[in-house]
Design a protein. Sequence first.
Length: 206
Amino acid sequence: MSTASTARRFLLDVPDGWDQIDLGGEELTRLRAEALASTDDPRRKAEINDMFRQGREVTRAARRHGALLAAGTATMYPDGLFMAYGMVFAVTTPEGQEMTLPVLSAQLGVSSASGTAPKDRVIASAEVPHVGRVARVTGTEVTRVTADVSVELLTMHTMMPVPGTTEDFLVVTLASPNLPLRSEVYDLFDAVTSTFRFLTEDGVQV
């Protein structure tokens, strides 16, 4: 993957409780144990284990694809566990091509595990206050956890054109396995993405 050549500095405000940590290590193990200790229901324990497997796969994918930023949360609430992840990737459109969905999928690996587009995939535009009108892709993507186990994630990818270039983008990707909270999750993702802004080398907003 190519990296953006200019305006590599940016700010993204993540919610309180989200940490820029390696969720694949000791912290994830601690949070999983805490979540499992909160219930005696075997089915609920299985769901928690599935969600943490999803978390490990998401962070592995972020590292494989050279994420510039990776943050996440695994928080126990009275009505259950909430998990979400936020990543920022630098991508460059191949010469002679536009930033289309197939190009984005090839660079970020966001295609469904089945090789087909999610049935609920929506390609639209969004208004990011400090950036302007941008392209956005949402959908329930299938992620392969093991050779025979796949999981579903609510995802939102928002393409931020790098100022001063025509081929470089920073892509803000957010994902969550909390499928029943679809509306609330997408509202949260939109709010987080709306805080994105580019900075110059001197830390001045572009």
